[in-house]
Design a binder for this molecule. Structure first.
Ligand code: SF4
Length: 213
């Protein structure tokens, strides 16, 4: 995967177009590279018939999101425990570095999730199906408590080393879970074209001149 775009990291740092000092630019470049070195990206993905989901997904929002889906994909993605160890080390030795490294790692795990989503959309398109955007525990009224059964059904502790804190936060902290529906008809809320799609960088469909839409 390509190194993170500078702009992605700045977004997680809360920059909104202000001028950056050369020193901050240099530190950001350095810590983005360091994040790439430390990260051990890993993912798991399972697909289930929509009418035979192995866990309950409480809430109206996810039910609306998956309405008419024929299959549902659950996935988990993580950068691994090394990122958390490095964040802890930086918190003692380099607080600014910790903030930048944290932003770089957040941007990096979101890109890992983009990569998984692009593969799911490709698989769906090959079967004449259309995906909804990825929906994660904590969005809308889907409670974070669904993380436990979701991770269990993915066997994510054994396969990825992901565990939960008592408040349902994932460890490693730079981990993502998500739910994607595969539907018989195109779904709203996705990028209007490949040109503005955040998954374009990873999308084999686009490379072939095809489309998920
Ligand atoms: S790049 Fe185009 S084909 Fe690929 S996921 Fe995005 S919109 Fe779909």
């Amino acid at each position: 995967m390509a190194i993170l775009a500078y702009s992605e990291v700045l977004r997680y740092l809360g920059y909104g177009g202000q001028e950056l000092t050369p020193e901050l630019q240099r530190r950001t470049d350095e810590l983005v590279l360091h994040c790439e070195e430390v990260a051990k990206p890993a993912t798991v993905c399972e697909t289930f018939p929509a009418d035979e989901l192995p866990i309950e997904l409480p809430g109206n929002d996810v039910a609306n999101h998956l309405r008419d889906a024929v299959e549902v994909v659950f996935f988990a993605a993580t950068l691994g425990h090394g990122i958390d160890r490095e964040l802890r080390r930086l918190s003692f030795t380099d607080p600014l570095g910790q903030v930048i490294f944290d932003a770089a790692a957040t941007a990096r795990v979101e890109r890992l999730a983009d990569e998984v989503e692009a593969r799911v959309r490709e698989r769906a398109a090959e079967r004449g199906l259309f995906c909804s955007w990825r929906f994660s525990p904590g969005y809308g009224d889907l409670p974070l408590s669904v993380q436990a059964p979701l991770l269990a059904v993915l066997n994510a502790q054994r396969r990825l080393g992901i565990t939960l804190t008592p408040s349902n936060l994932m460890v490693p902290t730079k981990s993502v879970t998500a739910i994607i529906g595969m539907h018989p008809t195109p779904q709203p809320g996705l990028a209007s074209s490949c040109a503005v799609c955040s998954l374009a960088e990873f999308c084999a469909l686009r490379e072939r001149g095809a489309s998920c839409r």
